[in-house]
Design a protein around this ligand. Structure first.
Ligand code: GLN
Length: 311
C-alpha cells in the first residue's frame, strides 16, 4: 500500500496538467496548484500516506458529508421532506432546478441542499453552538482535537458569496429556511472553511467505512445511505464520471480535496488544488482512478485473485 501511494504521488507530481485552482473565493485563489497528497485509513487501524499528506487544506464541500450526518442526527428522516436524494446533473451552485422544484433542492451535496442541512443542524442553536457541534463531530471522527476552521477563508467567502446568498433567499422564499439567511450563510461558510490534512480527513472519514473498529458515530443504515448519496451526488454533474472511473463513493470540495470510502476496507483522502471542469480535483480524481485500478477495489465488484494488491 505504501509503495502504491508513493507511486501515485509521484505520477501526480510529474503530470504537467494540474487543472485550475478555484478563484471565486478570493482567499483560496492564491493556492499553489503544484501540491498533491494522499492518505488512507484502513479498517484495521493502519494509516499510510504520501506526498503533501500533512499539508492542511480547506475541505469546502467535503464538509457537506459531516453536515448531513449532523442534520440526520438532529431530525432523522424528516430531512427528506426538505431536500431530495437525486443527482442534479448541474453544477454545485446552480439555481436552475430550485424554481421548477418549488425550493426543494435535489440533494444534500449541491450548495442549495447543503444550505438546508446547515439550516437543520443550526435549528434551535446559535451559529457558534452549531459550529461547535460540527467541530466536535469532525474531531471525534478523526480523533484529533487540533482540527479547526480558517476564519479568513470563511470571511472571504461570506464577503463574496452572492450566489449562495441568492440560493438561501430563494429557499427562504419557498419557506425552506428556518433561520435567517445571514445566520445560515455564516454557519455554512465556516463549516466549509474547516481545514484538514489528507491524513486527518482520511481518519475523519472512518465513520463511513462500516467496519467493526471504526468510530460508530452514525448507525449502519445512515452510513450506507450517506455512502449511496456520495456515489450518486458527491461530485455534482461529474458524479457519473467519478462512479465510472473510480467505482467508490466520494465527496469532493472546491479546495481540491476528495474523501473516498471503500466500504469495509478504508477511508481515503486525496488532495490537489487544481480542478477539472466539474469543479472536482483533477489530479485527485486521476489518482483515485489509478488507485481503484491497481487495488481492484470497487463497490461494483471484488478484486480478482492475482490482480490488485494484497492488503
Ligand atoms: N463553499 C463553497 C461554495 O459554497 C463550497 C463549494 C464546493 O466545494 N464545491 O461555493
Amino acid at each position: 500500500m505504501q509503495d502504491l501511494l508513493s507511486e501515485i504521488a509521484e505520477a501526480a507530481s510529474a503530470n504537467p496538467d494540474k487543472g485550475k485552482v478555484a478563484s471565486y473565493i478570493p482567499e483560496l485563489a492564491g493556492i499553489d496548484p503544484d501540491q498533491f497528497g494522499i492518505a488512507i485509513a484502513m479498517a484495521d487501524g493502519r494509516v499510510f500516506s504520501a506526498g503533501d499528506a500533512d499539508v492542511p487544506f480547506s475541505i469546502q464541500s467535503v464538509s457537506k458529508v459531516f453536515a448531513l450526518a449532523l442534520a440526520l442526527g438532529r431530525v432523522g428522516d424528516e430531512i427528506w421532506q426538505r431536500v431530495g436524494r437525486e443527482p442534479s446533473g448541474l453544477s454545485f451552485d446552480s439555481i436552475l432546478l430550485l424554481e421548477r422544484e418549488n425550493g426543494i433542492p435535489r440533494n444534500p451535496f449541491i450548495n442549495a441542499g447543503a444550505l438546508v442541512t446547515t439550516d437543520t443542524y443550526l435549528s434551535g442553536s446559535s451559529p457558534r453552538e452549531a459550529l461547535g457541534e460540527l467541530l466536535r463531530f469532525v474531531r471525534a471522527a478523526a480523533d484529533d482535537d487540533s482540527i479547526h476552521m480558517n476564519e479568513k477563508v470563511a470571511k472571504s467567502e461570506i464577503a463574496t458569496g452572492h450566489r449562495n446568498f441568492s440560493l438561501a433567499h430563494y429557499l427562504a422564499s419557498h419557506g425552506n429556511m428556518r433561520a435567517s439567511v445571514d445566520k445560515v450563510l455564516g454557519t455554512y461558510c465556516h463549516q466549509c472553511a474547516v481545514e484538514m490534512t489528507c491524513r486527518q480527513l482520511a481518519l475523519a472519514g472512518r465513520f463511513l467505512v462500516d467496519a467493526p473498529a471504526m468510530p460508530g458515530l452514525v448507525s449502519i443504515e445512515r452510513r450506507r445511505r450517506i455512502n449511496a448519496l456520495m456515489m450518486t451526488c458527491g461530485h455534482y454533474d461529474g458524479s457519473g464520471d467519478f462512479a465510472f472511473r473510480v467505482g467508490m463513493p466520494g465527496k469532493s470540495g472546491v479546495g481540491g480535496g476528495i474523501l473516498v470510502i471503500s466500504p469495509g476496507r478504508a477511508a481515503i483522502a486525496v488532495w490537489s488544488p487544481g480542478l477539472n471542469r466539474y469543479g472536482n480535483s483533477k489530479l485527485g480524481t486521476e489518482a483515485m482512478e489509478l488507485f481503484a485500478h491497481r487495488t481492484g477495489w470497487s463497490v461494483f465488484g471484488v478484486p480478482h485473485p492475482g490482480r490488485g494488491i494484497d492488503v
